[in-house]
Design a protein around this ligand. Structure first.
Ligand SMILES: [Zn+2]
Length: 236
């Protein structure tokens, strides 16, 4: 079993998932980085799965589809951004060779955003970030995102590791601590991510249960307060 989270650009993450010889890339917008991590682990990914359609997640797919002869899989509602060979709308689980990836619809950041669950990990794309959530400026809808946060995350295992599409932890935690100066969990997490950056290593993933403590969007308590909080964060 292989699980790799790899940074590209300033703050983007792509992922490699493999079970035996069966491998999939998630959001490999940087083809060179995706091919390098695949080589490093000695696998040839045959599937490319997208959490959503934005180009900083799906922009490498056309090239990788050719280079790897891979199948591109994503939600048809985001199909205008990329060309899915297979629409995962309505699929609760993707069976890709030996890989079994759970799919949770999570509209809001985009209409076709999904969360991908695999072996105790939750790949959240731009829906849930460490200590924050995605904005809705490019085809999104804050009310739908609020509904996703109110109805989807509470039903998931709190022990799931959160693996997002970007690392915005430091700037998100600054926003959290401005509003919640007494939040010890958020202060501790900020120290940890700063220490990781200083040591040039990637931050540890949080667990979903821990995210609730450091992420006010997970405890906004309703669609109205969520949308208001999102608007405040947008104004930063
Ligand atoms: Zn996005």
């Amino acid at each position: 079993m292989i699980f790799a989270r790899r940074r590209f650009g300033r703050d983007n993450y792509l992922y490699l998932l493999a079970e035996g010889g069966d491998a999939a890339l998630v959001d490999p917008a940087d083809p060179e980085t995706a091919l390098e991590v695949s080589r490093l682990h000695g696998v040839h990914p045959r599937w490319i799965v997208h959490t959503h359609g934005h180009a900083d997640h799906s922009g490498g797919s056309a090239r990788l589809r050719e280079v790897l002869d891979a199948e591109v899989i994503g939600h048809g509602a985001d199909g205008s951004w990329f060309r899915p060979d297979r629409d995962l709308a309505g699929e609760g689980e993707l069976a890709l060779g030996a890989l079994r990836i759970g799919v949770h619809p999570a509209p809001g950041h985009t209409p076709g955003s999904v969360l991908l669950e695999w072996r105790g990990r939750l790949l959240t794309g731009d829906t849930l970030f460490w200590s924050g959530c995605g904005n809705c400026r490019h085809g999104g809808d804050p009310a739908r995102l609020a509904e996703t946060f109110r109805t989807v995350f509470p039903g998931l295992d709190p022990r799931l590791e959160v693996h997002p599409g970007h690392d915005y932890a430091e700037v998100n935690l600054a926003f959290v601590l401005e509003r919640e100066p007494g939040n010890q969990a958020a202060a501790g997490r900020l120290s940890a991510v700063r220490a990781a950056r200083a040591a040039r290593v990637e931050p540890e993933a949080t667990e979903l249960g821990e995210e609730v403590l450091v992420n006010p969007f997970l405890r906004a308590g309703g669609n109205g307060p969520f949308v208001a909080l999102r608007a405040l964060r947008d104004a930063c």
